[in-house]
Design a protein around this ligand. Sequence first.
Ligand code: T6T
Length: 323
Amino acid sequence: MTKRVIIGGLLSAALLFSTVPGLRTVHVQAAKHYKIVLIAGIASDAFYITMNHGAQAEAKAEGASVQFSGSPAAFSPGTQLPYLNAALAQKPDLILIAPTDKVALQAPINRAVKAGIPVILVDTTLANPSIAITKISSDNLKGGMAAADALAGATGKKGKVAGVSVNPGISTTDQRLQGFESELKKYPNITNIGTTYATDNPTRASTITKGLIAAHKDLAGVFAMNVVTGDGVLAGAKESGVAGKLKLVEFDAEPVQVQAVRKGQITALIAQDPYSIGQMGVKLGIQYLNGNHHLKAHYGTGEAIITSANVDSAAVKNFLYSK
Ligand code: T6T
């Protein structure tokens, strides 16, 4: 859509769109109503729901539209791929996607880029992320290190600790695990008995936790590496009768996790800012579509450590997820 603007002379608003002989006219591009698709890792997760809230707010402010999509049932390449294919068929102006696997999503996302659709990686990334116009995420390595320090603090820097994660191959949780393991090496009296994968299934995470508690009577703490895993680990601790006693540190900050911090059942949450990830994704994407091709390779949105001491403070308010 083009809009005719008359330059020169002191013209009244009424004259702006009229044809006045002798006056210079130019045609400028009016703001386009860009169509954006945001594909979540799993659309039922408060982390991505909050990301969508940020994306919708920015789209509204900019006259764009965001379609939120993704499997409500599972965090996996197999369940995410149909949503990416459906988005490609719609030929949107921009795709924001959280790839559920660094390698398995590479070729399908390459196809989107080859089809001329710019892609921004939100939250998770790819083995070769350079095909995306930018990436927006938390610092997951630093978050994993913070989790180790928090768990060490809670356990008196001694005893057995374990990790429960999603699946190997997910950039975010792999980095959290890497940070956790490297930082734990600073604590000689802590024994890391290893990490088990619960496939983003809370029942499985709960069963794994109950198994760990049964097998290691002296288990001092567990690091749960995302929302869904965290909910399962907390449930497992409760069902084993050790909630509050077994020290839990979890990534993310959805309502159940936040409530458990208030109740003293979770020592610390390493919270992200998914609202800002969604908001920035739309903002930077629209800047790109409007011709700014000088985006940075990566934008960080920050993290917060939430404990019973600050859970209700203004300082961490923006890091609490909503549904
Ligand atoms: O922790 C987030 C996200 O950062 C991760 O990539 C996958 O799991 C979550 O969505 C939370 O469940």
